[in-house]
Structures are given as C-alpha cells and as structure tokens.
Design a protein around this ligand. Structure first.
Ligand code: AMP
Length: 587
C-alpha cells in the first residue's frame, strides 16, 4: 500500500515517526531508537549526521552541529554548519528525511505523504516553513495539526464524548500548555500558553551547576573551560535527572574527569531528589502560572477540566504530577509514553485522513495506586497512617519506583512496612495487600533512611523491597495478583484490622459492640490504654528535650514488648512511668 501517510512529531529536542497498521498506532525506530534527537551535524569526513551521533558531537564540536532548529523556523535566517550555510527549513528537512527513510525501511516501500505536528502557537510563517521542510524532504504535508490536538487524539479524543482536557507539554527546551475542547470527536484548541525557553535542558543545567560547584568546593578545580569534561558532566547530569524520576537518590560518578595541578580528579557525589526538586522549583512554578494563564484564556477554571494529559519527556519528573494533582484534585494521565504521544496522535490523524480504521492507543496501566503508610498529617492533624503513594494510578506497566522514608526515633531497630492499594489519603481506608518488617537496623538517631521499591509487572506481580540506605540491609516480599481489586476475605481482613486499630478510640458503645462481636478475643482494657498512651507520647516528641524523648522511647519499647507478649502485669510499671512523664510535660 503505497499511499500510507506517516505521522511525524518534529520536536525541538526530539523527533519521532509513527504509523497506523491494522488499526494500531506504533512508533517506528530510526536507527534502533524510537526517539531521534533533533540534532544535525557534519562529521569529520564531511558527511551529514542526524540524531544521537549528532547530539554526541554537539557536546564536543558545537560549530559543526545544530540543535533546536525548530526555534528558528519561519525566520529569514541561516545557520552555519562546518562553514556551509543552511536555512532552518533545510536543517529540518534533514531530520524529516531521516524519519522518512526509517519509515520506508520498516515498511519496505517508499513513503511520500505525512501529517506533521506543530505547536499551537506557531504563526503562519512558521507553519509555512514546516510545510517547505516537508517538501524539501520529499514529503507532501497533507495536514499540519497542533501538538496538543495530536496528544488528545492519542488518548482517543477522536472517539470520545464531549470533554475538556488540559495538555501539559514539557519537553527538553519548550513548555506548552493548552486547553482543548472535544466535541463529537472534533478536537479544538481553546487556548494555549507557554515558554519557548523552558524545559528539561534547564533542569540539566541546574545539576551541571551543582556539579561544578562541588568540583570547586571539594577539589578546588574549575571544569567549566574543559570541553571534554563539560561534555561528560552534561551527560552525567541528564542521567542523574532521569534516575531521580524513579528513585530518591542517585550517585553521580565520573572517574578521571579532569587533571588539576598534576593530579587526577574523580567526581563522586550524591544528589537527592529533594535537593534536585528545590533546584527546579522556580521552573515548575512558572509552568503552573502558565497553566492558569491558559485557563484564563479559555475562560475556564481548574474545576472545568475533565482530564489532564502529560506530554514531553520532562513530565516524568514526579513533582510535576504531584503539583498538578494538588492543583486539580485528580491524577493526570501519563500512560501513553509522553515522548511518543504526539507522534502517535499524528499517525492517528494520518490514518483518519487516509480513511483507515483506527483503534485508540491502548496501553497496559495500573488501575490503582500502590503505596505505604507513614507518620504525617491528615486534615491538619498528626496521624500515624498517612498514605504515601509510590506507584500512581494510570502508570504504564511495567513500572519500578523507589521512595525514601526515615526512622522516627533514635535507636529504632526495626520498621514495619504495610503495602496498600487505593487512593485514600488515610492508608487505613485503602486495602492492605501485604506487610513485612525490616529489623536489625543500625543504632543511630532518628532519620535513618529506608528506601522502599515497588516493582509492578504486566502480570500484576508486585515485588516490594525495603533497604536501609547506609548498610544495604534488605528485605523483600512478592505480592501476586496486585492488579486485581481485592475483595472478600482480604477486604474483611483489612476492615477488621482497621476496626481493631480504631476500636480502642471509639466512643460509640454500639460500634464498640460490633467490634467485640467481630473479634472473638476482645483486647484487654490495659492494652487499649497502653496503645493510647503510646500514641499520646509520640505526639509530644517534637516538644520534648532529647533526654525526655530518650526516656519515653525506652518506656514505649518496654510497653510494646509487654503488649506483644500479652504481659498485662508487666505493663503496670512502665505505663505509670510514662504517664508521669506526660503529666509532667503537660502541666
Ligand atoms: P521531549 O522533547 O518531549 O522529547 O523531552 C525531552 C526531555 O525530557 C529531555 O530534557 C529529557 O532529559 C527529558 N526526560 C526524558 N525522560 C525523562 C525522565 N524519566 N525524567 C525526567 N526527564 C526526562
């Protein structure tokens, strides 16, 4: 079939090509990779290079390499490449030609038509330049569609009932947010806003600055003038950023990075997600300001938005999802690969133009959120079972995520970890699907870091492991059928657990009766009282001196041991002592 139309996302940082076959949209790999960096260069032999090779060359030979040509589209200008002059259309055409060749190789026949996406804000001149680039590459551009429209199409907008979507697109060098309206399968961009110079590259630069500062402060060395070292630092910074999207810490290591005053410098430094997120906070704030401007432009408020779609590789940064969740009150969609979403939408549009049947882009996602509980605040109150999500609902499978937690008191030698499935901020309202304990922790002050990794595969098998960061001490469990909504016996067990934990605080005698009936062996009042006392003592921890806290922890431990062994008599003395301390603290 020679009249196949390909869909192309011609991006500032990366470009992709996709097609629809037997109703399914798929991205075609160009040179082994689905993502083609939008870099063009001339190599040592005078040959044109595109993609990853050009991107690597850019770090060392920027004068022979061009990046972000999209920013110049529509301008009457030229770029110099190894002494030769090119228009922006010509450079873009080289990228398009590479994508066209990849599609032809994959399909086994020539391709002459394409749908190409452009930002919603592109002017007529910019659109015209894009069309010309297509022509130079030997492609008839049958349709040019807005990127947010393509993203919405990838999420099945063409077949959907009326709704309003917010498309949040944060790539390597640009940020765009659009409000789109979908009615009878027609997607219309109501308003768009963004920043042409904001993206993942800025995040990389923050990490590069952090690394340069580290080298200056710890090795008294300035790497900024050494282009080879800078190339390595830049690459390491991006790698670190990618890792911090899935784990709370990363170690950046570059051996033999540079020579300084006759000695070799090896770079080795740890970066936490928390520190990194502080570095990029201003940028994220700027994107949220833009979200509000776009909403205002569409004469809507956050409550009018039905769905949020995440587009662009940088939206994998966890705090972006969190901030949008806080702003809108629901989870954004990110299940269609955010790097490939626009290309898949372009292919969907291309198939529609060609009169082909198209199914929605379906991916395997988790329908539930998985996480654990930790001490925190719920409705502004101290609460020991705050739900902490680790894998979010609608994440594409398989997925592996790690989060960090801290021990809450000095000398804590074990942590009990419960894994829950659900969306409620109160972990006890979610379904507990597994629990385990890590004991033998180091005898150190509160704040000992424990990392928790959840790894969920396509078959619904959830591997959970917890590790004491400083020693590597690890414990893990496997939970089968984690994707099914647990019902029946498991639900009853979870309910019972909640009742037994809360029953002690229950003042309604009717409810208390219910609880007693469900539990054949009612908990002794001494034990109930001891639990209450412990909760009270723990709630006072941040107001007491280190010395008092230490005494309290010792007593809590003794009391807990008595509770565990059912030693009611043994409870009397430590309970009295702890009561005395609390009385003294409160008086
Ligand atoms: P795009 O222009 O949409 O292809 O996005 C490219 C940007 O996404 C680059 O800055 C990448 O470093 C960034 N990116 C890709 N994957 C991740 C990730 N897992 N976490 C954070 N940023 C990412």
């Amino acid at each position: 079939m020679n009249d196949i139309i390909i869909g192309i996302d011609l991006g500032t940082t990366n470009s992709e090509v996709a097609i629809v076959e037997q109703g399914k949209a798929r991205v075609i790999a160009a040179g082994g990779n689905k993502i083609l960096p939008s870099f063009v260069g001339i190599d040592d032999n005078g040959e044109v290079i595109v993609g990853e090779t050009a991107r690597n060359q850019y770090l060392v030979y920027p004068e022979r390499t061009v990046k972000s040509i999209k920013r110049l589209m529509g301008q009457d200008t030229h770029v110099k490449l190894a002494g030769q002059s090119f228009t922006p259309q010509e450079i873009s055409a080289i990228i398009l030609k590479r994508l066209k060749a990849a599609a032809e190789q994959d399909l086994g026949h020539s391709v002459n038509k394409a749908v190409i996406t452009v930002p919603a804000y592109f002017s007529d001149a910019q659109r015209q330049a894009t069309r010309e680039a297509g022509e130079i590459a030997g492609l008839e551009v049958v349709r040019m569609i807005n990127e947010p429209t393509a993203a919405a199409l990838a999420y099945g907008a063409g077949q959907q009932e009326a709704k309003r979507m917010l498309v949040y697109d944060l790539g390597g060098g640009t940020f765009d947010v659009s409000v789109v309206n979908i009615e009878s399968g027609v997607v219309e961009v109501l308003a768009s806003h963004g920043d042409n110079h904001l993206g993942g590259d800025d995040f990389d630069e923050q990490i590069v600055d952090f690394l340069l500062t580290h080298l200056r402060e710890h090795h008294q060395a300035d790497a900024s003038g050494d282009s080879k070292a800078m190339a390595r630092i830049t690459r390491a910074a991006e790698q670190a950023k990618l890792q911090l999207s899935d784990q709370p810490y990363t170690r950046i290591e570059e051996e033999h990075l540079l020579q300084h005053q006759g000695s070799t410098i090896h770079l080795s430094v740890e970066l936490s997600r928390m520190a990194y997120e502080e570095m990029i906070e201003d940028y994220i704030n700027a994107t949220l300001d833009a979200v509000h401007i776009a909403l205002k432009g569409a004469k809507l408020t956050a409550s009018n938005i039905d769905e949020i779609i995440l587009v662009g590789g940088s939206t994998r940064t966890p705090c972006i999802r969190e901030r949008l969740f806080n702003e809108f009150g629901f989870e954004p969609h990110g299940e269609v690969d955010p790097d490939l979403c626009v290309a898949l939408g372009a292919a969907t549009q291309a198939a529609m133009v060609a009169g082909q049947q198209v199914d929605t882009v379906l991916v395997d996602v988790t329908p539930y959120t998985y996480g654990t509980s930790a001490i925190g605040t719920l409705n502004g109150q101290y609460y020991p079972f705050m739900f902490v999500p680790v894998i979010h609902k609608n994440s594409a499978l398989p997925i592996r995520k790690t989060e960090a937690f801290m021990t809450s008191y000095d000398g804590q030698e074990k942590v009990e970890i419960a894994i829950y499935q659900g969306e409620d901020p109160d972990a006890l309202n979610n379904i507990e699907i597994g629990e385990f304990e890590v004991s033998g922790l180091r005898d150190v002050k509160a704040g000992n870091i424990i990392t928790l990794t959840l790894d969920l595969d396509l078959n619904g098998i959830l591997h959970v492991s917890a590790q004491e960061k400083a020693t590597g001490l690890e414990k893990s469990i496997t939970i089968k059928n984690a994707l099914s909504r647990l019902e029946g016996a498991t639900l009853d067990k979870a309910k019972q657990r909640i009742t037994s934990l809360f029953g002690q605080l229950e003042s309604d005698p009717e409810k208390f009766k219910e609880k007693s009936a469900a539990e054949p062996e009612p908990t002794a009042p001494e034990i109930i009282g001891a639990h209450e006392l412990i909760a009270k003592a723990e709630s006072l921890f941040d107001q007491v001196s280190a010395e008092d806290k230490e005494d309290m922890i010792d007593l809590i431990e003794t009391i807990s041991n008595c509770i565990d062994t059912g030693d009611i008599e043994g409870l009397e003395e430590p309970v009295e002592q702890l009561n005395d301390i609390i009385y003294y603290l409160e008086s």
